[in-house]
Write a protein that binds this ligand. Structure first.
Ligand code: FES
Ligand SMILES: [Fe+2]
Length: 317
């Protein structure tokens, strides 16, 4: 496939998603890679195709004494630089291509071999400086092209349709939109109707999320959308990550951060907030997966320039 947005920094995983000495498969721009971390937290990433008879290395296992991955087919071993390991010694030359990683605050980034065109967004550093990492949620591979997926994040009119269920959103007003290059901020006011008791029992967060929310969104195109919101459990920074797996599959997950959380509230509501965030992904992806092929819209809604700004960044890349 023709790579999507080559030279963009992609956040392919958070360390907590990898486990220890477990092969983890990543697909980025049509290429499969296997990535793993050892007990010391060192990371390794190489192409996923075994150069012997093309088995997927990610189905194999890690030999932790040697930091190698064993192929599931004939058990040949390769190290994190892609060198064959045989009879207790490593070849000098790699036979598998390595994927270069940049690790920052437990976030694993890559340019996948392309010349960098944008730096890793400093937005992530700002969040980590202020907030505590709570967890990863909503990890999903969505059947839908990257553009459709990213446009949803910049779409201020889908809340009362797509997110009507559970969140009971009745209106979403944009009070400011500013952008500078690939970076943008939006302020929004979201109003919600009351949840039923059944919904609150199903997800207790719905009982404490206010009926009016004044959220701030920050965008670092193309990888990151952060929703900063005030909630009774403290301030949250819900960080939505996207990257293109293939032409018509897009990967997403949410890094959930919070600050000034009362420990009791955290204990009570952590699961519920993570599950509410995962529901947002579920609702967005169900909508995207149901769409007919894109055509020029015959109707315009307010604030759609935010969405078209993102589309323009994508098309002019
Ligand atoms: S296919 Fe990997 S060892 Fe044979
Ligand atoms: Fe959404």
């Amino acid at each position: 496939m023709k790579p999507i947005l080559p030279g963009a920094p992609w956040l392919i995983a958070h360390r907590s998603m990898l486990g220890v000495n477990k092969p983890h498969k990543i697909t980025l721009n049509g290429q499969d890679y296997v990535i793993w971390q050892n007990q010391k937290g060192e990371l390794f990433a190489i192409d996923n195709i075994c150069p012997h008879m093309q088995a997927p290395l990610s189905d194999g296992w890690i030999c932790k004494d040697r930091d190698t991955i064993a192929c599931p087919f004939h058990a040949l071993e390769f190290d994190g630089q892609g060198r064959l390991y045989r009879e207790n010694k490593k070849d000098t030359q790699p036979i598998i291509k390595q994927l270069e990683l940049i690790v920052s605050n437990d976030c694993i980034w890559t340019y996948a071999g392309f010349e960098p065109r944008l730096p890793i967004p400093e937005l992530h550093q700002r969040i980590v400086d202020e907030y505590e990492f709570i967890g990863v949620t909503g990890e999903k591979s969505i059947q839908g092209d990257f553009l459709s997926n990213i446009m949803v994040n910049y779409d201020y009119n889908h809340q009362n349709g797509t997110h009507k269920e559970l969140f009971r959103i009745t209106s979403c007003n944009v009070t400011s939109f500013e952008h500078q290059g690939y970076y943008a901020t939006v302020k929004q006011e979201v109003k919600r109707a009351k949840n039923t008791l059944g919904e609150i029992i199903k997800n207790p967060a719905m009982g404490i999320i206010p009926k009016t929310l004044n959220n701030m969104l920050e965008y670092a195109f193309p990888s990151t959308t952060v929703v900063f919101a005030e909630s009774p459990i403290g301030s949250i920074a819900q960080t939505h990550i996207l990257y293109p797996e293939t032409e018509n599959r897009t990967k997403t997950f949410i890094l959930f951060y919070a600050k000034a959380i009362n420990p009791l509230m955290k204990l009570l509501f952590k699961k519920s907030f993570l599950s509410a965030a995962a529901t947002i992904i579920e609702q967005d992806s169900t909508m995207i997966e149901s769409l007919y092929p894109r055509e020029k819209p015959k109707i315009r809604l307010p604030n759609e320039e935010i969405m078209f700004y993102a589309e323009k960044l994508y098309r002019d890349w």
